[in-house]
Design a protein around this ligand. Structure first.
Ligand code: ATP
Length: 234
């Protein structure tokens, strides 16, 4: 479904991504692991069109989509849940959800909003509350729900567990699994390596802008080198 081929991305003169290639198969959950500053967010931003790579290609269902703007890519079926959620704190939960469907012209938006509210009952309960009054976990759910309203084929999640309490993190991973089972393909960036690999099918390890390892999630979970560097000894 998604094929990233040899992308290199820079901020001005600083080259951050060096020849990154990765693939996401339709129906799967794929995780990109890596320490702070490894280039995970830069990879996501390049895939969803927020940054243009200097080299390389992003293909989606066989079509070259490199350099397309994020709003065009949302229409094509790629939606990003950005790092730090970035919900609109001065707007209500319902208005935030409506923003997720801003480009749609069909008449099923209301139905889809009801559907995501069923999946996230807390958002239904608080639909008139301002986004900024929600807890961190609830804001993350709102950010995911908002992205789902664009009806993505591929959902990009940038550090969805960041800053959340362990019980809430477990909830978020459960939700990711459910969304995938309902038919959405997921590309996930995480520092929370163990939990991310447990829900995913395949993983890539990013270190200073390069992919240094990849494999089936189960294999990465039992690889002593990966365990040592990214998973801690548990
Ligand atoms: P984090 O978990 O901290 O978000 P990351 O793996 O997502 O880490 P990136 O945010 O992709 O890493 O950053 C990779 C490198 O690019 C870092 O060295 C960072 O300092 C640099 N970088 C990120 N954004 C910019 C920017 N706007 N301008 C210049 N350099 C940047």
């Amino acid at each position: 479904m998604l094929k990233v081929q040899g992308i290199s991305t820079s901020y001005g003169k600083i080259n951050v991504l060096k020849n990154i290639s990765l693939e996401v198969e339709e129906g799967s959950i794929v995780t990109i692991l890596g320490a702070n500053g490894a280039g995970k967010s830069t990879t996501m931003k390049t895939i969803c069109g927020l940054l243009k790579p200097q080299e390389g290609k992003v293909e989606f269902f066989g079509e070259d989509v490199t350099g397309r703007r994020p709003d065009q890519l949302v229409r094509t079926g790629i939606a990003l849940v950005p790092e730090g959620r970035q919900i609109l704190s001065g707007m209500t939960v319902l208005e935030n959800l409506e923003m997720g469907a801003y480009h749609r012209k069909d008449n099923e938006i209301k139905h889809d909003i009801e559907k995501v509210m069923e999946r996230f009952p807390i958002l239904k309960e608080r639909h008139q509350q301002l986004g900024g009054t929600l807890s961190g976990g609830q804001q993350q759910m709102l950010a995911i729900a908002r992205a789902l309203l664009s009806r993505p084929k591929l959902l990009l999640l940038d550090e969805p567990s960041m800053g959340l309490a362990p019980l809430v993190v477990a909830d978020i991973f459960k939700i990711i699994k459910e969304i995938n089972e309902a038919g959405t393909t997921v590309l996930l960036v995480e520092q929370n390596a163990r939990q991310a690999l447990r829900v995913s099918d395949y993983g890539y390890v990013l270190e200073t802008g390069k992919i240094i390892a990849e494999g089936k999630s189960n294999d990465l979970l039992t690889d002593p080198r990966i365990m040592e560097a990214y998973l801690g000894r548990k």
